[in-house]
Write a protein that binds this ligand. Structure first.
Ligand SMILES: Nc1ncnc2c1ncn2[C@@H]1O[C@H](COP(=O)(O)OP(=O)(O)OP(=O)(O)O)[C@@H](O)[C@H]1O
Length: 249
């Protein structure tokens, strides 16, 4: 569980251009919850994700993950809990290395779920099986440099690699914003499957209201650094796509 208590983040404090990007948010994100965050530009979504990731530290308030207080821990020390996929497909992988070597690198970085590193043929076969599960035909290309793949293919592989380590929390920062609709669809379906298979707690920022409607177990709308809508359970289940569009009317 991620517990966020009265968290504030102020940029340019005391200056004329001061911004209260996150303004006293309290939020509990349960284990296995798939939280979607929507909101207009500048409403504080990315700052919120950065606060959870530890790439931005709060001015006030506390954040804990599984009852461990991580408020002052920088992002590299939250790696045991958190994996993050960014908007840019180029940011998650090494372009000159093959798919296989990228997986090898990822598995050396952390203890990788379901892969036995060291035995080459066994490892290769396991990677092929994992990659085949994406349904993109990439299992026949695992010796090919990552840089030769399309953005959608790379983003799907980045997702797969990031959730295979020991993480419990997956942060998705507009992971499909740079992709064409078909690749975006594959990446979102992959994310959804992986979140379920590994029982991850996920936080997904998107401007795509169709994705916001189709995915997730809970939806939050941010506005001016606060939460202005928060639906889960039966309320989320009975939400209509048009209701979501009305939030932005
Ligand atoms: N490092 C920073 N320095 C100064 N101001 C910042 C910084 N990061 C964010 N802000 C400001 O904080 C506010 C919230 O920004 P944030 O990026 O969290 O919004 P967002 O909801 O993710 O927006 P978008 O949908 O455009 O990505 C904005 O006014 C932004 O300009």
């Amino acid at each position: 569980m991620i517990t966020i208590t009265d968290v504030h983040k102020i940029f340019n404090k005391g200056k004329a251009n001061q911004v209260n990007a996150v303004n006293g948010i309290s939020l509990e994100i349960k284990n296995g919850e798939f939280l979607v965050i929507v909101g207009s530009n500048g409403s504080g979504k990315t700052t919120m994700l950065n606060l959870i990731a530890g790439s931005v530290l709060p001015d006030k308030g506390t954040i804990s993950i599984d009852n461990a207080d991580v408020t002052k821990l920088p992002d590299y020390k939250r790696g045991q809990w958190i994996a993050r996929v960014f908007q840019n497909p180029l940011s998650g992988t090494a372009p000159d290395l093959s798919i296989l070597d990228n997986f090898r690198l990822a598995s050396l970085r952390t203890k990788t779920k379901g892969l036995s590193v060291g035995v080459n043929d066994v490892f290769k076969k396991q990677v092929q099986e994992k990659v085949a599960s994406l349904g993109m035909g990439l299992q026949d290309k695992i010796d090919q440099p990552m840089g030769t793949l399309s953005g959608g293919q790379r983003q799907a592989l980045t997702l797969l690699m990031s959730v295979m380590d020991s993480c419990k929390v997956l942060l998705l920062d507009e992971p499909t914003a740079a992709l064409d609709p078909r690749s975006a669809d594959v990446v979102m379906r992959t994310a959804d499957t992986l979140i379920r298979d590994f029982n991850l707690t996920a936080v997904f920022i998107t401007h795509n209201l169709k994705d916001a409607f189709n995915y997730g177990t809970r939806i939050i709308q941010m506005g001016e650094g606060g939460i202005i809508n928060d639906l889960s359970g039966t309320e989320r289940a009975s939400l209509k796509q048009n209701d979501l569009f009305d939030w932005f009317a």
